[in-house]
Design a protein. Structure first.
Lengths: 626, 575
């Protein structure tokens, strides 16, 4: 994440306020009302006193037998006002809990939903821990701000407005002075806030980095132990942590200084008002300003300055939250995966006369539906698994070509293998077929349709993938396999596991299919994880399979048995296989030997052996493969 | 609890102590300033005493400047103390985790450790800053206001003395009620973090199975849980302000009514009543401040407990004081070793193992998945301690060695190996920090990694992404082997480390081992019989037991399991 120089306070605050106000419109309205009642109730205190003294106490002075009932009633009346104020305080606090947590939840959910739509390249370029930090550290900064700072600032604003109005009535002249003071305060706040904001942004970015480092190191903690690399790791951590400590210190320092500055500008304002006021009164320049009025005005000046200090007190929370919010909004603004596809994948049934029609229930037949051709003969094109690459070229960065001029075809049900050293572009081909990245030159046709026209989700639904890096999720094994098809029954899952030869070892686990595993599958060996991911693809039952080093961690004995299952799985499906072990691809319909992004040889196993080229050398062991 | 945390203050002790002192000076100024202000109105203005007004105004300006200086200083000190404390605390947790054993590591989820070191530390940091600033300021303001109030009217100020304990009790009760909810909140936070972590790591799986909706549902469930629990906790906490306001408002009303009576009877002036009310509001605002701190402390308490849980977790594998710092040779002995992950011999993963491996021997280990091959070798590097019996390396119990020394000489390539983000060279230097380029290249050649590294544009300076996603499995394994070789160990353990390497390269690696590091004891766990065929001896394992330990030739005749493996694999082997 970039180290932003400046926080866009206004834009970010407005955007945040929109979240707050729009998530719970009605409740927010009541909050505003309740805050007004609560702060006006609070301000009623001094007013009440004047009224009490003038109307109820002074008249009684000197009377021999004072009757306090009227005074008692007045006190009761104000007691009533206070009760309302207290209730209002409770109400707005209570509503703010709903709103605050609601907004946080909405932001979290929006972030996550949006994150799901981001292209793979986003995840390839951001550390996992930094992304995690957005959901905790950055979202957390908003909590204090929404729950405390917003209501407090709001109530402070109300008292400022009320006192200001009174001040204008008392002495317009002196109010000008007040306005000047406000301008100074705002200027100072702006200056300090921008300093502080810069460091808060740095702090949030540093905490993201620390988060990333911790996440990576803790995930590899066992390697650290084995290499007794603890000291070095600690050193690196200390450097990052020290940087975070520094930015946190600076950010808080500026924010902390704001409160005393504001408070004392207020004090100076008071002294200035005394001077100017006295001169005005004595010289008679302002005839309405009596000494009594000046005294009241000075009281007002005090209550006028107080809320500013209160707001200043909240400044750390506010500035930090805005820094956090900005990072969050940056993720939300991150460009989603483009999808201009419109062809969808639907279930179809056959009426027995060769006509196919769409249906909602799951049938074993699928078709591509082109909404632009509804009513025409080719509105539904049966899904067969015919894949063609036509003069395809690709570069991740637009400069260094990874694939150049690849053309090949896979007829329905064929098994196509890719052989070549790493960097030859094997995985890139699968990245393009799944549209994790988009083809720049040339095209891929799937059952005759350019895959750019197919909706990404539907395209991917039709492809089953087994990757070398198996990623499982915390949960039971049953849940993990069912990930392939959420509506699969237990029987379907078990059937798929048997096919992938995972059933036996699963049954040997303490709780069978209900054994709970953690995300990295640390309870299982790597081979077992791969078997589960094969079962996961099997249960999905896709027409096209992509196996990217799917069996690399399975021992050859098991692989032979899995191979049978895999063969069964591949039967009738177009399959793309990437494998190191040539034994797994010998029976392919076509083998493509890739080198530096080009297909240098192609043919069946026997053809390639006869040619005595690279493949031959690989197979006979004369050439080494990376 | 506080003691344990306070240990992390260290060099920030001075600023931590100085902060409250400076805050106290600031408060003195803040109490004096309104007093001067009142004097200006009461004496200067109402008696039209200009020289008094000027004098007091100058004093006021000086007081304001002094207050500003103290205020700024305390702000700076507080920031320094709290940011520094948090830094130390985070560092201490991280340092402590580095002492953890494998079984300790197994207990904590990565995501949970991450939350503890970030969110939880931040909560403690905020609370700490509040404590040294506001927790001093609040009570001082309160006391000052009380003193001033009692100077005006001792009897009336008693009302405050009754009100404050009531309030204190109420706040305490609220805190007590809210605490368990906050505890739950943070536990759910771990879960949230975990969901995000899993999702980000497995994004390719999520996308290829088009499971965004499913993942969103899963995330939102946890997100909802956080929402619910936080709401429950906050619902209790928000009683703070209304309770406080009620108490203070009742006090104000009581004071007003009683002083009304007193004024009428002549024992009090209206001005005094005015001041009493001002002090009452001052007490209210200082209590407000305190209640804010209070909420933070309630939350920080749950966080602090989670931090301490990590800090107090003593590693169950300790390096002995003055342990042996040198491993004599690469011989290994297992004497009646039984091992259980849950420390229960009934549920032993390894049962009654007796082995002797000569220094310099190459030993293969083979057996079905789940036969405890990995568990066996992990005991050699003392990654876990044997539950019963003893494991010896170089003729001495592994427990006698200094841990670093033992692991320096027993290098392991883990099955689930990890490369870290950084260049290839940086990753290789994990094996030996001082390794020269020539050494790095030499050992990379042995592990057959040099051949592909040298084809990379940046050679050894090529960047590896987190988790090594930009190299193939086989390449990753070869880099990991080179990394272990660079340790120049007496014992080298490869736990299924060539599974993704093609057979020919695998053979080359073994050949290099034999020719270049003959004195090193090599233990090779493999799935492929080919990988261990030329070992001196082979251990055949089954269900936590050593079934056979003999030369490959002998095993063919004496061990059924081995022969069966041999037959199936040889038949299938093509290359």
């Amino acid at each position: 994440m970039k180290r932003g120089k400046k926080v866009d306070y206004l834009g970010t605050s407005l955007r945040l306020m929109r979240y707050v106000a729009s998530t719970y419109k009605l409740q927010f309205f009541f909050v505003v009302i309740a805050i007004i009642i609560s702060s006006v109730g609070g301000m009623a205190g001094p007013l009440f006193l004047l009224f009490l003294i003038d109307d109820f106490i002074t008249p009684l002075i000197g009377s021999a037998n004072p009757d306090f009932t009227a005074l008692f009633h007045a006190v009761l009346l104000f007691g009533g006002i206070y009760v309302i104020a207290v209730i209002a305080t409770y109400v707005y606090n209570r509503l703010m809990v709903n709103i605050g947590q609601g907004v946080l939840k909405r932001i979290r959910d929006e972030m996550f939903t949006h994150m799901q739509s981001l292209p793979i390249s986003y995840f390839d370029t951001h550390s996992h821990g930094e992304v995690m930090s957005l959901y905790t550290n950055d979202t957390d900064t908003l909590r204090q701000m929404i729950n405390q700072s917003i209501p407090m600032t709001f109530s402070a604003l109300i008292s400022v407005i009320v006192t200001f109005t009174v001040m204008v009535f008392l002495s317009p002249h002196l109010t000008v002075l007040t306005l000047i003071m406000i301008a100074i305060m705002l200027a100072v706040t702006k200056f300090i806030a921008s300093k502080s904001g810069k460091y808060f942004i740095a702090q949030q970015s540093d905490i993201g980095k620390v988060n990333g480092y911790i996440e990576e190191m803790m995930s590899g903690e066992k390697v650290i132990k084995v290499f007794t690399h603890e000291k070095k790791v600690i050193e690196e951590f200390d450097a990052l942590n020290g940087k975070l400590g520094k930015s946190a210190y600076k950010a808080n320092k500026y924010a902390n200084i704001l409160m005393p500055i504001m408070g004392n500008i207020g004090n100076l304002h008071y002294v200035l008002t005394v001077f100017v006021g006295t001169i005005l009164t004595l010289t008679g320049l302002a005839p309405t300003l009596t000494l009594g009025a000046l005294a009241t005005f000075l009281q007002m000046t005090r209550s006028f300055n107080q809320p500013f200090s209160q707001i200043a007190q909240q400044s750390n929370a506010i500035i930090m939250a805005l820094a956090g919010a900005e990072r969050i909004f940056r993720l939300i603004e991150e460009k989603s995966e483009m999808d201009e596809g419109y062809v969808t994948l639907v279930n179809v049934k056959d009426d027995g006369r060769g006509n196919i029609s769409e249906c909602n229930e799951r049938t074993d037949r699928w078709a591509w539906k082109n909404p632009h051709h509804i009513g025409e003969a080719d509105a539904y094109r049966p899904l067969e698994g015919d894949v063609r690459f036509v003069n395809m070229s690709f570069a991740y960065d637009g400069l260094h070509t990874v694939l150049s001029d690849i053309s090949l075809y896979a007829k329905p049900g064929q098994k196509i293998a890719f052989v070549g050293s790493t960097g030859a572009g094997k995985t890139t081909i699968t990245n393009l077929l799944t549209r994790f990245y988009d083809v720049q030159d040339g095209k891929i046709r799937y059952d005759g349709i350019n895959i750019n026209k197919i909706k990404k989700d539907d395209l991917r639904r039709s492809l089953g993938m087994v990757l070398q890096d198996t990623h499982l999720f915390s949960g039971s094994i049953m849940e993990n396999i069912r990930y392939g098809r959420l509506d699969a029954s237990d029987e379907d899952v078990i059937k798929a596991s048997k096919l992938a030869y995972a059933h036996d070892f699963i049954m040997n686990l303490p709780n069978g299919y209900d054994t709970v595993i953690s995300a990295d599958g640390s309870e299982l060996s790597q081979g077992q994880c791969q078997l589960i991911s094969i079962a996961r693809a099997a249960v999905a039952d896709p027409p096209v399979l992509i196996l990217d080093e799917a069996t690399s961690s399975i021992d050859t004995r098991t692989e032979q048995i899995v191979q049978k299952g895999m063969d069964a799985l591949m039967k009738g499906r177009t399959t793309f296989v990437i494998a190191h072990r040539l034994s797994t691809i010998v029976n392919s319909d076509a083998i493509m030997v890739l080198e530096k992004g080009r297909i240098i040889e192609r043919g069946t196993h026997d053809e390639l052996l006869k040619r005595k080229g690279t493949y031959y050398q690989l197979y006979t062991g004369a050439l080494e493969l990376d | 609890m506080i003691k344990k945390l306070a240990r992390s203050i260290r060099e920030y002790k001075q600023s931590s102590i100085a902060t409250p002192i400076v805050v106290a000076c600031e408060v003195v100024m803040e109490v004096l300033i309104p007093y001067f202000m009142a004097q200006i109105i009461d004496i200067g203005l109402s008696q039209s005493d200009m020289s008094y007004t000027v004098r007091l105004s100058i004093i006021l300006i000086i007081a304001a400047i002094t207050s500003l200086i103290f205020g700024a200083l305390s702000g700076k000190l507080a920031a320094q103390a709290s940011a520094g404390f948090a830094k130390n605390l985070r560092g201490d947790i991280f340092h402590h985790i580095q002492t953890f054993s494998f079984s300790n590591i197994d207990k904590f989820k990565v995501s949970s450790l991450v939350t503890r070191m970030t969110t939880d530390v931040t909560n403690v940091q905020n609370a700490y800053q509040m404590i040294i600033r506001i927790l001093v300021r609040g009570p001082l303001m309160l006391i000052a206001a009380l003193v001033m109030a009692s100077r005006i009217n001792r009897r009336l100020s008693l009302i405050f003395l009754i009100a404050i304990p009531i309030l204190g009790f109420a706040l305490f009760f609220i805190a007590l009620k809210a605490h368990p909810y906050f505890e739950k909140v943070f536990r759910t936070y771990d879960k949230l973090n975990n969901t995000v972590q899993e999702n980000v790591r497995a994004i390719r799986v999520v996308k290829s199975f088009v499971r965004a909706d499913y993942e969103e549902k899963k995330f939102m469930e946890t997100s909802n849980e956080v929402y619910d629990r936080f709401k429950k906790a906050e619902k209790i906490v928000i009683f703070n302000s209304p309770v406080m306001q009620s108490v203070i408002y009742i006090s104000i009303l009581l004071i007003s009514y009683n002083s009304g009576k007193m004024i009428v009877s002549g024992s009090m002036t209206t001005g005094e009543l005015m001041s009493m009310i001002i002090y009452a509001t001052q007490i209210l605002s200082s209590l407000m401040m305190l209640s804010m701190v209070f909420v933070m402390i309630i939350m920080a308490r749950s966080s602090a407990e989670r931090i301490i849980e990590v800090l107090e977790k003593e590693s169950d594998i300790q390096s002995p004081v003055d342990g042996r710092d040198y491993v004599e040779d690469g011989s290994i002995d297992f004497k009646n070793v039984t091992f259980s992950y849950v420390k229960d011999p009934e549920k032993a993963a390894l049962k009654d193992i007796n082995l002797h491996i000569e220094s310099g021997e190459t030993v293969g280990i083979i057996g079905a998945t789940g036969s405890a091959k990995t568990t066996l070798v992990q005991l050699i590097a003392r990654l876990y301690d044997a539950t019963e019996g003893c494991v010896k390396v170089g003729g001495h119990d592994v427990k006698e060695y200094d841990l670093d020394a033992l692991r320096r000489d027993v290098a392991m390539v883990l099955q689930k190996n990890v490369l870290f983000s950084g260049t290839i060279k940086e990753n290789l230097k994990w094996g030996d920090e001082k390794a020269s380029d020539a050494e790095i290249e030499y050992y990379s050649k042995l592990s057959q990694a040099d051949s592909f590294i040298s084809t990379f544009k940046d050679k050894y300076d090529s960047y590896i992404e987190q988790g090594g996603t930009n190299v193939s499995g086989g390449q990753k394994q070869r880099i990991c082997i080179a990394r272990a070789l660079l340790r120049k160990p007496k014992i080298l353990i490869l736990d299924d480390s060539t599974s993704a390497v093609d057979t020919k390269t695998d053979a080359l690696i073994r050949k290099a081992f034999k020719e270049e590091i003959p004195q090193t004891t090599k233990i090779i766990i493999a799935q492929r019989i080919l990988s261990i065929e030329d070992a001196d001896r082979i251990i055949v394992m089954d269900k936590g037991k050593v079934v056979a330990f003999d030369t490959p030739e002998n095993l063919l005749t004496s061990c059924d399991i081995y022969r069966e493996l041999y037959d199936t694999q040889k038949k299938g082997a093509l290359a």
